[in-house]
Structures are given as C-alpha cells and as structure tokens.
Design a protein around this ligand. Structure first.
Ligand SMILES: [Zn+2]
Length: 374
C-alpha cells in the first residue's frame, strides 16, 4: 500500500510538473515544440542549483506526524530528520548551501537543539549557506485566507527570525499556492520582500510567457491606486519546484540514480547526467531573459537523508564544471543569490498588473473547488 501511495504521489508530482497533459493524455506535439526550442545566444550561462525541501505544515498527515515521521503509510515524511541531517552535511563542505521556508517546523526542531548546534546554525546563516526564504509560520494559501491572516502568519515567523538570528527574509517563496492573487504581491512588497518566486501558473499564461521571455517580470498590483509604489520582482520556475527529470535521487522516492563519477564502477553515469542538464538549460534559456538560470533541487519533504542528496550534487557540480563543453557553470546557490545575480545584469523586465486566478495547469484542471468546499 505504501508503495502504491508513493508511486501515485510521484505520478501526481510529475503530472503537475509539466503542462502537456490534455484530458489525461500526453500532448507529445506540444512537448516536442517546446523541446525543439534552443537558446539564441552563446553567452555563458550560470545555473543556480538550489537545494530545498517543501514541508507542508499539515496535509496528508498532521503537523506532529510530519515532524516526527509517524504514520509513514499515509505519507513517507519526517521533517525532524531533514533539519537533523542537513545541518551536519552543510558543515562538512563549505560549498554546500540550503534553503529553508516553514518556521513552524524550523522552531519545532531548533528549540530542542544544544547551544553548540544552535551556534553552528547561526554560523551557517551568517555565511549565507543556510538561507531562510518566505519565513512565514507556513506557506500561506493566496485564495482563501483573509489578508489579516496572511500578515499574522508571516509576522509570527519573522518575529522569531529577527529575535533569534537578526534575520529579515528578503525573498518570498510561494512555490505551492494554487494561483496568485493581487493582494499577495502587494503585501509582499509592503513586507519588504525584494522579490518572490513561485511555480504554479496557468498553463496558457505560461505558454505565452515562455514564447515572450516573460517568465520573470515586475508585478505592479493595484497600479491605479499605487502606481509603481508597490511593485515586486517576480520569478516563475519553468517546470514546477522539484528536480528536473533524471535527478530525483532522494530517500523518499524510488526515483533516479545518483550521479556517479567513478569510471571504475559499472554504475558510472556522469556524462549522461551532464547531457540531461545541458539539453534542459539550452531549452530553458530560450524562455528566459539573461544568463542566470534557476534549477531547484528538492521537492516535498525531501532531504531527510541529506548525505545522499549532497553527495550526488557535489559529484554533479564538480564533474559538470570540468567536463561540459556548452559554456555553462553549475553552482550551489540560494534564491537570494539567484535574484542578486539577475539584478546585477541591469536588464529590463516586462510588467504585470492583474492577478493570476483561477489557476489551471491543464485545460480541464481548474484548481478552484477548494475556495469553498470545506
Ligand atoms: Zn505544498
């Protein structure tokens, strides 16, 4: 049963991760058109590998079940282990970075650590290797809650971060809300976020944005009232917020193989993994302005065995940078570093004014019922 659930949840994720399913049938022609696109310049590209975990504060299990790893048959997830294994793995190698989001889970873990470990966490934060984005108590929905609840949710998390670490998150990270309201970018601008990133966007809007290189843009909500006073830079992920195909290597899934760089092993596979990334980035660069590309590495409740993830990523990054001939560099990064690198290019961005509701990821799949179906 657990296996069936795992396979089902992986299928759901992979279906959600592309926009080429029409009525449950894969639209090969559309996928092919997209794949045929290639970048239009030979400019050197920087690929920001962003290791992260998306930890819903309650979904298929309760918050405490998710935290402690109970009831694995309902969902194979243990957030306690994510933080317990990520921190020592970061300490092992100064190149490694990690991004964390949900303050409810973070405080559940942090408040029970030793003073020594807390100091180590503080050190990683200062070095910019453990980055908090969003930093709300949870990642709030944008459709159903009242704006006051959104503010309270964010204040609660930010209050802890300011008091404990003197950290004020710079970047919003709304990778899983099912569509985006005008209120949210307005609130995020007021909260002092410099930018925000998300993954879920209407499939037709996304097609248009890819065709016009408008995946990253300036959002000016309620422009009639505020002009450009409430604008916020917005970055849309190309294929959902999880790994691209070929890199699903995590304790949680029977997914892809790790990146193996030792040529004496039968399992040596690094050249094929390099080709997958080169191919993908050549397509992706056709849809984006500039030479900085974001590549999320992680997914829902991933990194519970962070040694697995980081060893494979270390291998990938070292091998890729030594052997690719495509004028590309892979780097460990964070959302903040990606946004800074984008802005350092002094590019001009398209502008958006209205909201992003309702959200449909396919022609028959409108994610609207949850507004009032409790
Ligand atoms: Zn979620």
């Amino acid at each position: 049963m657990q296996k069936i659930l795992l396979v089902l949840s992986m299928l759901m994720l992979s279906v959600a991760a592309n926009t080429y399913w029409h009525d449950g049938v894969y639209d090969a022609a559309k996928a092919k058109t997209r794949k045929a696109k290639r970048r239009d310049s030979s400019e050197h590209l920087y690929i920001h590998v962003v290791p992260h975990t998306h930890d819903d504060v309650g979904w298929l299990k309760t918050v405490d079940q998710y935290y402690s790893g109970s009831d694995q048959a309902d969902a194979h997830a243990e957030v306690n282990l994510v933080l317990t294994t990520v921190i020592p793995e970061l300490l092992k190698n100064p190149a490694r970075k990690f991004t964390y989001v949900e303050m409810k889970f973070f405080t559940m873990w942090y408040n029970y650590q030793t003073d020594e470990l807390k100091e180590q966490v503080k050190g990683l934060i200062k070095e910019g290797r453990f980055e908090f984005v969003n930093g709300g108590w949870s990642m709030h929905d944008e459709a159903s809650p009242h704006y006051e609840d959104m503010i309270n949710n964010m204040m609660h998390g930010h209050d802890f971060l300011k008091k404990e670490f003197d950290v004020v998150p710079r970047i919003g990270w709304h990778i899983d809300p099912f569509g985006h309201s005008n209120a949210n970018p307005r609130l995020f601008a007021d909260m002092g976020f410099e930018a925000w990133l998300f993954a879920r966007i209407d499939y037709q809007d996304k097609d248009n944005r890819e065709a016009n290189k408008a995946m990253n843009f300036l959002w000016r909500p309620f422009e009639k009232h505020f002009g450009d006073a409430k604008q916020i830079f917005t970055a849309v992920m190309r294929d959902h917020y999880c790994w691209i195909n070929g890199f699903w290597y995590d304790e949680r899934f029977d997914g892809d193989d790790p990146v193996v760089v030792r040529e004496d092993l039968d399992t040596f596979n690094a050249p094929g993994k390099v080709d997958l990334i080169v191919d993908y980035i050549n397509e992706m660069a056709a849809d984006y302005i500039g030479n900085q590309m974001l590549m999320p590495f992680g997914c829902d409740f991933t990194f519970a065995n962070a040694a697995m993830n980081f060893e494979s990523m270390d291998n990938l990054i070292t091998y890729f940078n030594k052997h690719n001939t495509a004028n590309m560099t892979l780097l460990y990064s964070t959302p903040g570093e990606y946004i800074d690198a984008l802005h350092a290019q002094n590019l001009t961005w398209p502008t958006k004014y209205d909201d992003m509701f309702p959200y449909a990821d396919n022609p028959q799949d409108y994610w609207t019922g949850y507004f009032a179906s409790r």
